[in-house]
Design a protein around this ligand. Structure first.
Ligand code: NDP
Length: 506
């Protein structure tokens, strides 16, 4: 090592931790730029039109209706997709019923497992194709689809394939039975992953499915339908109905559906609960959240900063369990916010297909409007807004990473789910105050805690009313781990052994 480096290290040893880490920040202010690293979109062939997947075949909607799906990063139309109506819901539910009674229901678990393993392996083999398509249709960065969405989707199929022939050991009796036909409605924030969360446990348990993807992100669900064909899954076991909210409403209300699973907004979740009430259908709801990410003064600051960034800026903040409220101990608040802003200036916003991109596009104009409106409300109510200085592309739907300080608990940005790259910072002095503020929300999906003390982690985890509490990390998912909320975040668990309960007659 040369003299210069020696001198630098010696200087660093004398420099307090805060100043040293601040100086190490890599910023583009010095003129340093990443070279473009675009993933090729050649691997994906997007058809001009897509049909519904019913009874193992792609078919047009009975009404002939279609809608357009666009690339949110460019507003470029991608394809026209069939709009399923009531008659199509009837057809899909009938196909699922036949498959449940004649093939999938009676099939031994070990045989069902083979199909699930096959789907998982095909997802791995075609992972690049899925990753590119997901980024194009959703707007999320390729490094997230490539490293998170698609591997986790495959992992869910692998995991539940393992359960298919072991259901009698899952703790639900010696011969747990499937429920029947599952109607599953999923959102646009993790389109393929949500499909995997819903389909894999349902199929492992012996149910058949009718899946309704979100209107703005239908393409990977349709590619998954193609994978079902490729895996030679018996016709009718999985059906995919693309369409609008009315399609979802018709599906959950259909008398031939035995079990309803929904992920999405609390508002629609409540409407579905009203529809299903009194029908005898089983229901799981995974709804919104307004999670607290709590940082104590003894937390390892650099790690906590990464956790805060991952907590709210991962997937443009379109995450139900996002750490959208940062609760930071007052004594370190200024330092943490300063470090956070510096870190945010290094995030790269832009082309979702570029492998260097950290922040992709907002999924739709409608969602952008909602984020814009709530951010304006934050300013109007007196909070201080800071947005990372990044240039937004001229076309498409974009929102710069934004941090609000001076937020009080009554502000809308501290109470409502923004579902975008917007963080609200609040402070606390004592652990008791942190718990009170963390729990001051109608939601209860997730929370995070950052501290060096193990005993404090346990103390906090026992008191924070959230389905998942992450300690010194955030947004970690694993198919073996149950996930879900309570209060306005919904009920029921997905993932793990618990996720099987929702699809068994127990
Ligand atoms: P929705 O809850 O409306 O959509 C979720 C899914 O439900 C979509 O497939 C949607 O179809 C479908 N759907 C809509 N209306 C009905 C209905 N009456 N019955 C059955 N299914 C229905 O979410 P949005 O996409 O409209 O987003 C609105 C807000 O919800 C966001 O701003 C965000 O705050 C929150 N949200 C929360 C999510 C979470 O995981 N917690 C996920 C997505 C959104 P379609 O797409 O065709 O409308």
């Amino acid at each position: 090592m040369g003299d210069g480096a020696e001198r630098g290290n010696a200087a660093a040893r004398r420099t307090p931790q805060r100043q040293r880490s601040a100086g190490a920040t890599l910023t583009t202010e010095r003129g340093w730029q990443y070279a473009l690293a675009p993933e090729s979109r050649e691997i994906v062939s997007i058809e001009p039109e897509y049909g519904l997947f019913v009874g193992g075949k792609f078919t047009a909607a009975e009404s002939g209706g279609t809608f357009e799906t666009v690339n949110p990063a460019t507003e470029e139309p991608l394809a026209r997709v069939a709009m399923a109506g009531v008659v199509d819901v009837d057809r899909a539910v009938a196909a699922a019923r036949t498959a449940f009674e004649q093939t999938w229901g009676p099939m031994p678990g070990a045989e069902r497992a083979k199909y699930l393993y096959r789907i998982a392996r095909i997802l791995q083999e075609r992972s690049r194709e899925f990753a590119v398509l997901e980024s194009i249709d959703n707007g999320k960065p390729i490094k997230e689809t490539r490293d998170v969405d698609i591997p986790l989707a495959a992992a869910h199929f692998f995991y539940y394939a393992g359960w298919a022939d072991k259901l009698e050991y899952a703790g639900f009796g010696s011969d747990p039975r499937p429920i029947g036909v599952a109607g599953q409605v999923i959102p646009w924030n993790f389109p393929l992953l949500m499909a995997a969360w819903k389909l894999a446990p349902a199929l492992a348990a012996g149910n058949t499915c009718v899946l309704k993807p979100a209107e703005t992100t239908p393409l990977t669900a349709l590619l998954l339908a193609e994978v079902c064909q490729q895996a030679e899954l018996p016709p009718g076991v999985v059906n995919v109905l693309t369409g609008a909210g009315e399609t979802g409403a018709a599906l959950v209300a259909h008398p031939g559906v035995d079990k309803v699973a929904f992920t999405g907004s609390t508002e629609v979740g409540i409407a579905i609960a009203e529809t299903v009430a009194g029908t005898g259908k089983k229901l799981t709801l995974e709804l919104g959240g307004k999670a607290a990410n709590v940082v104590f003064d003894d937390a390892p600051v650099e790690q906590a900063i990464e956790g805060i960034v991952n907590g709210i800026f991962f997937n443009q903040g379109h995450v139900c369990c996002a750490g959208s409220r940062l609760l930071v101990q007052e004594s370190v608040a200024d330092h943490v916010v300063d470090r956070l802003r510096r870190r945010l200036t290094t995030l790269r916003l832009g082309d979702p297909l570029d492998k260097n991109t950290d922040i992709g596009a907002i999924n739709s104009r409608q969602q952008l409007d909602k984020i814009t409106e709530l951010s304006a409300a934050g300013e109007a109510e007196g909070a201080h807004r800071w947005s990372a200085p990044c240039e937004l592309p001229k076309k498409g739907f974009w929102f710069a990473p934004t941090v609000f300080t001076g937020v009080s608990q009554s502000h809308r940005i501290a109470r409502e789910e923004i579902f975008g790259p917007v963080l609200s910072v609040l402070t606390f002095r004592t652990p008791e105050e942190a718990v009170t503020k963390a729990n001051n929300t109608p939601y209860g999906l997730s929370a995070g805690v950052w501290t060096e003390k193990g005993s404090r982690i346990l103390w906090m985890a026992q008191r924070m009313r959230a389905g998942v509490v992450w300690a010194n990390t955030y947004n970690r998912f694993d198919p073996a781990s149950p996930f879900g909320g309570y209060r306005e975040s919904g009920f029921g668990r997905e993932g793990g052994r618990h996720g099987l309960a929702a699809y068994l007659d127990v």
